[in-house]
Ligand binder design. Sequence first.
Ligand code: ADP
Length: 368
Amino acid sequence: GPTKAGTTGRGAKAGGSGRSNSGVRGSTTGKKGTGSGKSGKADSVNGDAEDGKSKRGQYEGPDPDLAEMLERDVLDSTPGVRWDDVAGLTEAKRLLEEAVVLPLLMPEYFQGIRRPWKGILMFGPPGTGKTLLAKAVASECGTTFFNVSSATLASKWRGESERMVRCLFDLARAYAPSTIFIDEIDSLCNARGASGEHESSRRVKSELLVQVDGVSNSSTNEDGSRKIVMVLAATNFPWDIDEALRRRLEKRIYIPLPTFDSRKELIRINLKTVEVAPDVDIDDVARRTEGYSGDDLTNVCRDASLNGMRRKIAGKTRDEIKNMSKDEISKDPVAMCDFEEALTKVQPSVSAADVERHEKWFSEFGSA
Ligand code: ADP
């Protein structure tokens, strides 16, 4: 169903490096219905075609070709992630609710001294749920979601990157209210980049600064209400972000590794779709996965839940496998021994030194 759209793309990402070069991730072209209720998932299917077309007609800016490409590649119509799909991170959810969701709900209140933050940065080790949170924000407030990876801004559209940034913000205004999510924002201003790329990435960055500045005094709708565009960014390397950009990302939210309670919640979320044997001790698994990221833990659950099948097909020929009944394969619940095995295979991908570095950066630049 459409609810899966938000997660499939990330499945392929290895938990280890955190610097996936997956580029721009988006799924479908239409815009989902703006209904933001819990039932929005089903609504969005019907809303797609019609809604997408009419919205598309609204964009009358320059670079229609580029705009179309962006609509195809970075417009993620159905993130379909709810707050409840994100385990733990209560504080981050609260901050995001206040910084993003509320200003969208009551734009009149958030003016003057109460104006929304220009940009919000989520930082922390890889695989801790930053992308998931951004998608939840977009789904929870029913805004159009633009999902951009800055690795792509800097490379795929090389030479056109500034135009592309400008066009992205034009488009976001046309689709307002909208959320622009820029993943791996550090790669835009990585001082250690190859010297040949310096000039173009500098230009992209200054265009981004101009656009982010422009967001807070953005234009108004015909009825006088403001067209709200929220800028959300994520990084696994906050210390690589230079001062100019950091100043624009006024709210900086730390997304840490999951706590014991969050790990329990995460395991439960991950096992929702499979049958679990009574001997599975979730507390025990959570206790033994200290230091695992959400992504690592998801890999543990995925591996454990595939183990029953592995046992079933061991020693069988292709033909025998083909002739097995569906029940025979899927009826085997995930057992504690499957977790034992998965735990030996999946190791935590984040080092203690990395965590320490994030905590230090948090104490210096983070928002509480
Ligand atoms: P990041 O953007 O921080 O690198 P992601 O949000 O892409 O990490 O998380 C990668 C995957 O790990 C998600 O698709 C999800 O399956 C799992 N995951 C990580 N953190 C959480 C969490 N707090 N709650 C639920 N799932 C999580």
